[in-house]
Design a protein around this ligand. Structure first.
Ligand code: ADP
Ligand code: 5GP
Length: 185
């Protein structure tokens, strides 16, 4: 049987990376799709684990060569998912977790009608700001840009299958785990 794709999207700072790390540790039958990006690595990020870091010229060549199953320009950088990796994994029966933005989620929905789309909301805008500042990885300018994008991203969540609020981490992670286990092939 083919594997299933799970997409997690959220405004920056809502906690999606933390939740995805939890899910990969907790669910044996779930693999993480490492995206390609032109963004600079943050302190502590590891090539091939968090992202494959590349430059704009290479990324644009790969767009032309149709090597991405989905890609988007988000907060000033390109991000994309390898077509080869995703198609092969699904064919082999692997369940794959994609942590991508709302534009990418829409592209995945068009290509894989049985993908499960989950949107993570922060409990409030204030809390979102606190988390972005508290994470300590981005400049004030970048935080401002990401908060400005958050409202649009949240209003684009309408086409998602499920919405989970990440207020209490224990509660949200448990709910998300249950939801994925219920839908896994
Ligand atoms: P994203 O991947 O959505 O940008 P992160 O996973 O990096 O967000 O989380 C942003 C910050 O918020 C991190 O410092 C993380 O530890 C923290 N965080 C995540 N979930 C919660 C939560 N439920 N309550 C409080 N802080 C959280
Ligand atoms: P960050 O820079 O915080 O790691 O990610 C910024 C945004 O890009 C987040 O919304 C994240 O989900 C999204 N993103 C990460 N990888 C991909 C990808 O492969 N495709 C798309 N469309 N978005 C991605």
């Amino acid at each position: 049987m083919a594997g299933r794709i799970f997409v997690i999207s959220a405004p920056s700072g809502a906690g999606k990376s933390t939740l995805c790390n939890f899910l990969i540790k907790e669910i044996n039958d779930l693999s993480f799709s490492v995206s390609y990006t032109t963004r600079e690595p943050r302190k502590g990020e590891v090539e091939g684990h968090d992202y494959f870091f590349t430059d704009k010229k290479i990324f644009e060549t790969w767009i032309k060569e149709e090597r991405f199953v989905e890609y988007a320009f988000v907060h000033g950088n390109y991000y994309g998912t390898s077509k080869d990796y995703l198609e092969k994994s699904v064919k082999q029966g692997k369940n794959i977790l994609l942590e991508i933005d709302v534009q990418g989620a829409r592209q995945i929905r068009e290509k894989f009608s049985d993908a499960v789309l989950i949107f993570i909301n922060p409990p409030s805008f204030d809390e979102l700001r606190k988390r972005l500042v508290g994470r300590g990885t981005d400049s004030e300018e970048i935080i401002k840009q990401r908060l400005e994008a958050a409202e649009n991203e949240m209003s684009a969540s309408k086409f998602f299958d499920y919405i989970i609020v990440n207020d209490d981490f224990g509660k949200a992670s448990k709910e998300l785990k249950k939801l994925i286990e219920k839908n896994i092939n």
